[in-house]
Design a protein around this ligand. Structure first.
Ligand code: ATP
Length: 316
């Protein structure tokens, strides 16, 4: 039986700015996204029945149709019924390493891996932009997760422009195991508290970009100026998540007290810090662990990576 094993990296947000509401109900965003080598492993195997089976080793992750990886397989089965009939269904096993509901695009990267894996299993030969288009139907972060690396994302996050690769930057991440922040809650609360001027599709690109402040960070990335990148980290959602979740605020302050550049990723509650070396990363991890002294706090050291979904092994 044919099978593929894929590596699906998490992402962090170096920048997240909310420009306003869109006619389709989403928010108009500007984000700078970065892949990190904290990754799930996704195994896909052809099976003789024309069904989708999903397994996962993480108790908090549903294995029904609410799982984004399942929905990715379902989308492929709907779009390519002849391939499903020819090659059979798919058994998917998710080995979760990325913390769940953490603002690290765990579900999105799994879905991206399923799109890539089924394209390979069924010999579909889809182009990258075709995969991106399918990904955008599943979720705003899925297109980014396909190619990963460093990119600026606009629209609802699905319009991507690559940025120069950033090598050898280490990340310390921390998250309370039992704490989850709902992404819809974070955006709704932002809208209630700060308003959100309507951005119509007819607003010119020039006037839209005049409101965007990501330029200095993009320049710092182009110059690979790590100190400046650290100073220019930004996330509008901190304005609503930090006041509502004192534990996340404390964690953010603990990271800040180490002197490292720090920010919350996406809608949180993961907080991260950027550092120059693995030694420094391990030191900051221990410092934050000691300051917080909480049994429910998980910490990781990871590194920026310049890849999205990768094939680790295959049996053809
Ligand atoms: P994002 O950064 O894209 O907002 P996230 O990292 O905050 O995503 P996920 O880990 O994707 O959040 O999980 C959000 C919710 O989606 C979880 O509560 C979980 O039950 C559900 N979920 C669905 N599919 C998956 C999956 N493959 N992996 C993890 N969670 C999933």
């Amino acid at each position: 039986m044919r099978s593929y094993s894929l590596i699906a990296p998490a992402k962090i947000n170096l920048y997240l700015e909310i420009l306003g509401d869109r006619a389709d109900g989403y928010h108009e965003l500007v984000m700078v996204l970065q892949s990190i080598d904290l990754a799930d492993q996704i195994d896909l195997r052809s099976i003789s029945t024309d069904t989708i089976r999903l397994h996962c080793d993480h108790p908090q992750v549903p294995v029904d149709k609410t799982n984004l990886a399942y929905r990715a397989a379902e989308l492929m089965a709907e779009l390519f019924p002849q391939a499903l009939a020819q090659y059979g269904g798919v058994e998917i096993t998710l080995h979760k390493r990325i913390p769940v509901a953490a603002g690290l695009a765990g579900g999105s990267t799994d879905a991206a891996a399923v799109l890539v894996g089924i394209d390979l299993l069924w010999n579909l030969g889809l182009t990258h932009s075709e995969l991106e288009e399918l990904g955008a139907k599943l979720g705003s972060d899925v297109p980014f997760c396909l190619a990963g690396a460093t990119a600026i994302a606009t629209g609802r996050g699905e319009q991507l422009s690559p940025l120069p690769d950033l090598d050898h930057i280490y990340v310390v991440l921390a998250k309370y195991r039992s704490l989850a922040v709902s992404t819809p809650w974070a955006y709704q609360t932002y809208r209630q508290q700060f308003g959100s001027s309507y951005v119509s599709d007819t607003v010119s690109l020039e006037s839209r970009s005049a409101r965007v402040h990501s330029g200095p960070l993009v320049n710092a990335i182009a110059r690979k100026d790590r100190a400046k990148i650290g100073q220019l980290l930004h996330n509008d959602l901190e304005k609503v998540v930090l006041p509502a979740y004192p534990q996340v605020l404390q964690l953010r302050e603990a990271f800040q007290s180490t002197g490292a550049a720090t920010m919350m990723s996406g809608s949180g509650p993961t907080v991260f810090a950027l550092v120059e070396s693995q030694v420094q990363a391990e030191q900051i991890k221990e410092q934050v662990k000691t300051i917080m002294n909480h049994p429910d706090l998980d910490l990781w050291v990871a590194r920026f990576c310049n890849t999205g979904i990768q094939v680790a092994s295959s049996v053809k």
